[in-house]
Each structure stands twice: as structure tokens, then as C-alpha cells.
Design a protein around this ligand. Sequence first.
Ligand SMILES: Nc1ncnc2c1ncn2[C@@H]1O[C@H](COP(=O)(O)OP(=O)(O)O)[C@@H](O)[C@H]1O
Ligand code: SF4
Ligand SMILES: [Mg+2]
Length: 319
Amino acid sequence: MSNAVIQVENLSVWYPLRSGVFSHVDRYVKAVRSLSLSLRKGEILAVIGESGCGKSTLAQALVGLTPWHDGSYSLFGEKVDVKSGASWKSAREKIQMIFQDPFSSLNPRQSVSEILCYPLLTRGFSRFAALEKAHDILEKVGLSSEVLEKFPHEFSGGQRQRIGIARALMLSPKILVCDEVTSALDVSVQAQVLKLLDELRKSLDLSLIFISHDMQVVKAFADRVLVMYLGETMEEGSVESVLRSPQHPYTRALIRSIPTLDRSCPPEILGGNIEPLPDDFLGCCFVSRCPESIDACRKKNIEMHTDGFSGVRCLLCAK
Ligand SMILES: Nc1ncnc2c1ncn2[C@@H]1O[C@H](COP(=O)(O)OP(=O)(O)O)[C@@H](O)[C@H]1O
Ligand code: SF4
Ligand SMILES: [Mg+2]
């Protein structure tokens, strides 16, 4: 796709599980399984799914914080060599991550000045140039330069998340991966942080991957949505079309679980839990919880039918 700022093909991330006295790897958690996605310039792509479906692993893989088992990756049309530290160092000048928890993601022993300047100093910038950039970025995230000599514990959750956003912007990336960035914040602060992200997106010409489990926030904030289950994409498409007419049974279940103001229509919670699949599993990964499953859903792996913008992985929707 010509205007894609991110192009991921068949990303797999496996976490090794070790056991025994010699810590042998005897199994893997396949947290992301052959997932492909693209992000267009200026777009906000939401990634949604229940806890444990692989959203944070996907986010970390996109910025090189977790190793890729397999897959290919391009940023702005340039290939990232996912096995090379040097390639990741240059990729992080284009793509940065903001973390879920503003309390644990900032080193409590570093001042804001140290936190913000570090990525520039490791790239050979002078202390003066790094501080000048820090002043500029702090203004953009709505904080004064007085915070530079303070430490993370001196701030509220919302202020810490602004510092997390400032840190992500220090290398002037054009893509931000936001992993549940408002879920640890009070509702009123959540709205302020979302507003700030949207303003920054416009003023700095950013594109965003926006990970969330909150469908209401996704509806208000994102352009397109990718629904994940057990490390795979179940459905993707414009927020409007996916929420108005969800094709995949899992998307429908997620939408039915949203509380509404209508008391005659209480939320329906999807039964069962996300359970890891055995290695020899064949069929649709959602089959054990799917209210619409048929025998054929257990007999072969289900392909994702997508044009890169919208698509669905369900036997009942196959064209
Ligand atoms: N460091 C890790 N080691 C082993 N398993 C992990 C690790 N991190 C996550 N997992 C597992 O990978 C799966 C996906 O987790 P995660 O990406 O955190 O999902 P989400 O962000 O959607 O809640 C889960 O089964 C989780 O237990
Ligand atoms: S393929 Fe079958 S089990 Fe999977 S979502 Fe579709 S109907 Fe349900
Ligand atoms: Mg997560």
C-alpha cells in the first residue's frame, strides 16, 4: 500500500516457557500469531480485544521491545531488519510507544530532564540541544519547563502520562503506539489525555496505533479498528462500519458487552475465558466460545479475508 506508514506481514511473537532444573524451554505462549496490519498516514488505528489477547505484545513488537519469532516489517516503505539492533535504533526515530501505566513506566530515580534527554544524548546530541528539545516538547504536552528538575513521584497520574508522551516525542517520531494509555487514569483526566493526543496528531502530523479495551473510547477517537483474539486478527475495518454492522461473532460479542444507558438492554458478557491453544490445534481459535459455531469451524484453519483496510476471519463470512 503506497501511503502506508506501517506495513506488518505475518508477525508472530512466541514467549518461551522454561521449566526444570536446567530451565529448558519446553513450551511457548504464542501471543501473536501471523498477524498482518497496515497503518495509513494520519490514521488512528484502534486495536481492541479482551485482556490477554496479545495487544501489548503487538505494541511491544512494533517498537522492538519484544523479539519477533517471524514476520516482516516496513516503516514508511523502508524495511526494518527485526533481528538487527542497529535497525531497531533507527526505527525508533520513526515509531515510539506510550505505556499503559504512567506510574511504573517512568524510572523513579531519574529526573524528568534525565528521562527526556536520554534518547537524544545516546544519539550524540549535546546536552544543550537535548534540553532545548525538552523545553519545546514539554510546552507541546502542556507542561512547564519547571518540571525538568522534578522526579516522577512528584506528579499526578495525568501529569506523568504527559511526561510519558513527551518522552515518546523527543526523537520526533511520526508514529505513536499508545498501549491503553488512559486506562490507569481518572475519567476526567482520560478525556484530557485523549484531547492532547488528538491535538498532537494534527499539529505534528502523527499516525497512531491506539490499543484499548474500551469500545466507547475507540468509537470517539479512532478511524479504523482491528479486533484481536488469541493473537490473531478477527476483523478489521472503519470504526463506523465495524461498530454499526460487525461481521465477526467475536466483534458482535464485544459490542454486546458494552453497557448502555438503555435499561431494557443490559450488557451481555461473553461466556468462557481466553484459553491458550494446543500446538496441534486445528480450526477457528474462537470456536470454544462462539455462539454461532458449526462443525466445519473445527476442521480447518480459518483464513483472514482482507483487502488491507477491512476484512474478517470467519467461515460464515467467507466470500
Ligand atoms: N513476558 C511474557 N512471558 C510469557 N507470557 C507472556 C509475557 N507477556 C505476555 N504473556 C502472555 O501473552 C499473552 C498476551 O498477553 P498481552 O500481550 O499482555 O495481552 P493484552 O495486552 O491483550 O492483555 C497472554 O497469554 C500473556 O499471559
Ligand atoms: S469460524 Fe466458526 S467458530 Fe469461528 S467465529 Fe466463525 S462461526 Fe464462530
Ligand atoms: Mg495489555
